[in-house]
Design a binder for this molecule. Structure first.
Ligand SMILES: [Zn+2]
Length: 301
C-alpha cells in the first residue's frame, strides 16, 4: 500500500513532466474513482485545464489546476499513477512482450486516463479499485484536510508537537503512528521501520514516551521516510513509480516483513505480532517496551 515515500516518489517524478501541460482530455473509466460525482462530470470539469503544480499532502496527490481548483487523488491500496510515453510493447508487470491486441495488465486495471497536450498520457491504474479522486476549490482545500495531521517534513513536526499529540494516549505506538490525524503519511511499513530506529516497542502506550523517546521517534519517523524516498519507495505488491518501475525499499527494510531474521542491531530474532489488525514487525530485545506512566498518587489525608 503506497505511503508517503511512494506518493512522494511519484509526485517528484511527475512534477517536472506535467507542470504547465494542458490536460486535453480526462476520461474517467470507473465510476468508483470519482464517486459520488458522475465520471463524465469530473472528466468535463478537468478537460482543458492546465496543470500548474503537482504536490502532496499526507498520502494525497494534489494536482493544482488553473482557475483555482485542485484535483485530489488518493492511491489507497493498489493505485498507481503512471506516465505513458507512446505505445508500450513491453508489459512492465509481466516483463514480456505483448501479443498484438493483447491488453497489458495496466490497461486491464485502467480507471482514469489523462491525455496531455503533448500526446503523452497519465494513467491511473488500480486493480483493487479503492483509489479515488475529487475536485475542490482551493478555498475549500484546507477545510478538506482539517483532520489530517502534521507533515513529517514540515518544521512543525517537532518532538514537542509529538508529545502534545501523544499526551494521555493509551493507544499502542504502532496505532498512534498509523493515525493520519496525528502524523500524516505514515503507514504500516514506515511505522515499523520508525519504531525500530527509535528503539521503541510497538505496544508501548503512546502517552508513556519521555522527552528522549519523543526526540528519538521524531528523528526516526523522518529517517525512515527519507530512506523510503531515497530507495524510490517499496514495492511489496502492486506499487510502481510514475515510470512503471518498482521501488527498491523492500530490499532495505530493517524489520518490516523480516520475521525470523536477525535483528540488524542486536542479532536477536525479529518477531511479528498483530496490532490493530496490522502485521507488525519488531525486535523484542532492543525495542524497549515503555510502561504506562503511573497516575499521580492521590494525596493522603
Ligand atoms: Zn534487536
Amino acid at each position: 500500500m503506497p505511503e508517503l515515500p511512494e506518493v512522494e516518489t511519484v509526485v517528484r517524478q511527475l512534477e517536472p513532466e506535467v507542470e504547465g501541460r494542458r490536460i486535453a482530455r480526462l476520461e474517467v473509466l470507473d465510476a468508483r474513482w470519482s464517486r459520488p460525482v458522475p465520471p463524465e462530470q469530473l472528466g468535463e470539469a478537468v478537460s482543458g485545464a492546465t496543470i500548474e503544480h503537482l504536490g502532496r499532502r499526507g498520502k494525497y496527490i494534489l494536482m493544482e489546476l488553473d482557475g483555482g481548483r485542485t484535483l485530489v487523488m488518493h492511491l489507497r491500496m493498489t493505485g498507481n499513477l503512471i506516465l505513458r510515453e507512446g505505445e508500450e510493447v513491453i508489459d512492465p508487470s509481466e516483463g514480456r512482450r505483448l501479443y498484438e491486441s493483447e491488453r497489458s495488465t495496466e490497461e486491464r486495471h485502467l480507471r482514469a486516463r489523462f491525455v496531455l497536450d503533448d500526446g503523452r498520457e497519465l494513467w491511473f491504474t488500480d486493480p483493487r479499485r479503492f483509489g479515488e479522486a475529487f475536485l475542490v476549490d482551493d478555498d475549500g482545500l484546507e477545510a478538506r484536510f482539517a483532520n489530517l495531521g502534521l507533515e513529517p517534513f514540515s518544521p512543525e513536526f517537532t518532538a514537542q508537537a509529538l508529545g502534545e499529540m501523544a499526551a494521555g494516549r493509551t493507544a499502542p505506538l504502532k496505532s498512534f503512528l498509523l493515525d493520519q490525524s496525528g502524523v500524516a503519511g505514515v503507514g504500516n511499513i514506515y511505522a515499523d521501520e520508525a519504531l525500530f530506529r527509535a528503539e521503541l516497542h510497538p505496544l508501548s502506550p503512546a502517552g508513556s514516551m519521555k522527552p528522549e523517546h519523543l526526540e528519538a521517534l521524531r528523528d526516526a519517523v523522518v529517517a525512515a521516510l527519507e530512506a523510503g524516498i531515497d530507495a524510490g519507495g517499496s514495492s511489496i505488491d502492486d506499487y510502481r513509480d510514475a515510470r512503471g518501475e518498482k521501488g527498491t525499499m523492500q530490499n532495505e527494510f530493517l524489520v518490516h516483513t523480516r520475521e525470523g531474521e536477525d535483528c540488524p542491531r542486536c542479532g536477536s530474532t525479529i518477531a511479528r505480532i498483530v496490532v490493530g489488525g496490522r502485521s507488525t514487525y519488531f525486535c523484542p530485545s532492543c525495542q524497549v517496551r515503555l510502561r504506562r506512566r503511573p497516575k499521580r498518587r492521590a494525596k493522603r489525608k
